[in-house]
Design a protein around this ligand. Structure first.
Ligand SMILES: [Zn+2]
Length: 239
């Protein structure tokens, strides 16, 4: 039942609506994120991988070393939620087999096109299968493709015990898209020496720095000055 390919997993995960809600004060910000969390927990249980979860729906997976030696513990992380910018309800993934450089249309929105003239990266994918949404929703590849890859890796490791490996940690979080993706991470429980997040970028690319995208809303009360006064005041030397 769980002998999915990475593509099968991805096509399953995107059917879960896990859109995060930036206005929410709860963890997770939208309760439907827990449905995908439960589904992944079921897959881990079927693979015999020990896991823990918390009220926010995070999943910590633990794969023990099979070498008998002590190695550093490495974590692989991905997030289950999708961006609030576009609907994640009733995602209809479309697989474009053996892509040959054509313009990709979206059946549910005739104005939407994926054109290799504008998106030259597509030309690097000739012969690959490309998955898009149908035009009314986001696809959710950010970051369900990360989850699919990590779950496929875990399946390969569990099903092929001849592959030597150290201790591996899996971490799936909620609400990354609304800036709360690490609020509830228990680093002691995770017990990893280092980790990789699988989220975006091209194949083979590793980013080792990130920016802070925290937002702030400023509400200023007072009397507005005229433009002339502002200009005059700008001429004053700073002291
Ligand atoms: Zn992401």
């Amino acid at each position: 039942m769980y002998n999915y390919t990475v593509k099968d997993r991805f096509l399953k995960y995107v059917t879960f609506d896990t859109q995060a809600d930036p206005e929410s004060k709860t963890y997770p910000s939208s309760m439907n994120q827990l449905e995908l969390s439960k589904h992944i927990q079921g897959e881990l249980a079927a693979l015999g991988i020990k896991y823990e979860t918390n009220e926010a729906g995070y999943i910590y997976g633990f794969i023990p070393s099979n070498t008998g030696n002590s190695h550093e513990k490495v974590c692989f992380c991905a997030h289950m939620d999708t961006a609030p910018d576009a609907s994640g309800t009733d995602v209809k993934p479309r697989v474009h087999h053996d892509y040959q450089g054509q313009v990709i249309d979206y059946p549910d929105d005739v104005n939407l096109k994926l054109d290799p003239q504008k998106h030259s990266y597509l030309m690097k994918k000739i012969g690959d299968d490309i998955i898009t949404a149908s035009g009314l929703t986001l696809l959710g590849s950010d970051d369900k493709s990360g989850i699919a890859i990590i779950m496929d890796m875990a399946t390969q490791i569990v099903n092929n015990p001849e592959i030597p490996h150290g201790e591996i940690r899996l971490l799936f979080t909620t609400d990354e898209e609304v800036g709360k993706g690490v609020d509830k991470v228990d680093l002691e429980l995770l017990d990893a020496d280092f980790g990789y997040t699988l989220d975006g970028a091209e194949l083979g690319k590793i980013e080792y720095e990130n920016f802070s995208a925290n937002g702030a809303t400023l509400e200023i009360k007072g009397v507005s000055a005229t433009l002339v006064v502002q200009k005059e005041s700008c001429k004053m030397p700073l002291k």
